[in-house]
Design a protein around this ligand. Structure first.
Ligand SMILES: Nc1ncnc2c1ncn2[C@@H]1O[C@H](COP(=O)(O)OP(=O)(O)OP(=O)(O)O)[C@@H](O)[C@H]1O
Length: 351
């Protein structure tokens, strides 16, 4: 549905040349929710603004539904942009217009008559849960309600693509959750392709199918959210994931872990589960098969949309050969097994 090839954006400002996008290529399929995550200044806004040509790329091409956007004149673009809706961090509503008239605004610009506008807008207000607010002004709305108006307005011209520019960054966590749920709902009901940019991993985790990680204008990692979460390839992705997945060792334990076993030391292992592996009774299997004791040190199992994933840090005690057999058993299972090291129990207890 969206294809970017070799996108480059160079700003020549007074303070010098900035390469905001450096040969960015990616493909977004019809009906996908595609997240682009990066730190401040990474090039997210530039990238999303290049998709609808609010920003003209210095080089490269943008295709939407087979049409090369970068080849269009300004007049042609105005028409082509009707198939691209956009919502913003600060909503960008017109304060002197009611909710209904804000949502109807793109239709008014397109020359649609009042009666027809109202007919089109009322179902949109219902879709975003604001039917009872149609006659109020933006100042009387909460942040979440304002963003719902922004979403309804973006949908007014029946776009094929919805671009979301940090759409939940100005909202509290609960409101963020409800707006993300609404976007997911719209994606399902209308089959709308959604591209969102964010600096928050929990947004990606909540609704995206695919993610691209951007750093200094370059894509450093792209893939299915589940894959990037469970096997991140770049330091930037790992850093973002840390914010939402707590798999740190307890400090007292981290301080005394050594890489080599000594007499009487226990093995500490971090197990990562994803998908079906979470349903396998791995710990029970371990205890039944080997002469080892298992002590659970820390753990969390969460869901990435419908897929369970998580980590468990366990300590295995027993004879070294039994511990090593148990480790081989774990390594043969469909889960991530990371040897953290060895601890002696009395040292841990003292810590
Ligand atoms: N109009 C401009 N003129 C010159 N440089 C610009 C312009 N717009 C953006 N830049 C620079 O391009 C780089 C990418 O900026 P961009 O706004 O796309 O990043 P971002 O990831 O969206 O950051 P943030 O999360 O802080 O909004 C930055 O170094 C920025 O200073």
């Amino acid at each position: 549905m969206i294809s970017l090839t070799g996108l480059q954006k160079i700003y020549n400002g007074e303070s010098g040349t900035v390469i905001a996008l450096d040969h960015v290529s990616l493909n977004i399929k019809q009906g996908e929710i595609y997240g682009i995550i990066g730190k401040s200044g990474a090039g997210k806004s530039t990238l999303i603004r290049c998709i609808n040509l609010l920003e003209r790329p210095t080089a490269g091409q943008v295709f939407i539904a087979g049409q090369e956007m970068t080849a269009l004149s300004e007049v042609q673009l105005r028409d082509a942009r009707k198939s691209i809706g956009m919502i913003f961090q600060h909503f960008n509503l017109l304060s002197s217009r009611t909710v209904l008239d804000n949502v109807a605004f793109p239709l008014e610009i397109a020359g649609v008559g009042r009666t027809e506008r109202v007919k089109k807008v009322l179902p949109l207000l219902e879709l975003v849960g604001l039917s009872d607010k149609k006659d109020v002004y933006p100042a009387q709305l909460s942040g979440g309600q304002k963003q719902r108006v922004g979403i309804a307005r973006a949908l007014a011209s029946q776009p094929k693509v919805l671009l979301c520019d940090e759409a939940t960054s100005a909202l509290d966590p609960q409101t963020t959750e409800s707006i993300l749920a609404l976007l997911k709902d719209i994606n399902r009901k209308l089959g709308l392709t959604i591209v969102l940019i964010t600096h928050e991993m929990h947004v990606i985790k909540a609704i995206c199918d695919q993610v691209a990680v951007i750093e200094a204008g370059r894509l450093v990692e792209t893939g299915r959210v589940l894959d990037v979460f469970t096997r991140p390839q770049s330091d930037t992705a790992r850093e973002f994931i840390k914010a939402v997945v707590n798999n740190k060792l307890p400090e007292a334990l981290a301080e005394i872990v050594s890489d080599k076993p000594v007499a009487g030391s226990n093995l500490v292992v971090r197990l990562s589960f994803f998908g079906a592996a979470t349903n396998e009774p791995v710990i029970a299997g371990l205890i039944r098969r080997f002469a080892v004791d298992v002590n659970i040190i820390s753990g969390n199992i969460d869901h990435l949309q419908a897929t369970p994933y998580g980590t468990l840090v366990i300590e295995l005690s027993g004879q070294q050969e039994d511990i090593q057999s148990a480790l081989r058993y774990l390594q043969a299972r469909d889960l991530g097994t990371e040897v953290i090291g060895y601890v002696t129990r009395h040292a841990y207890a003292a810590g």
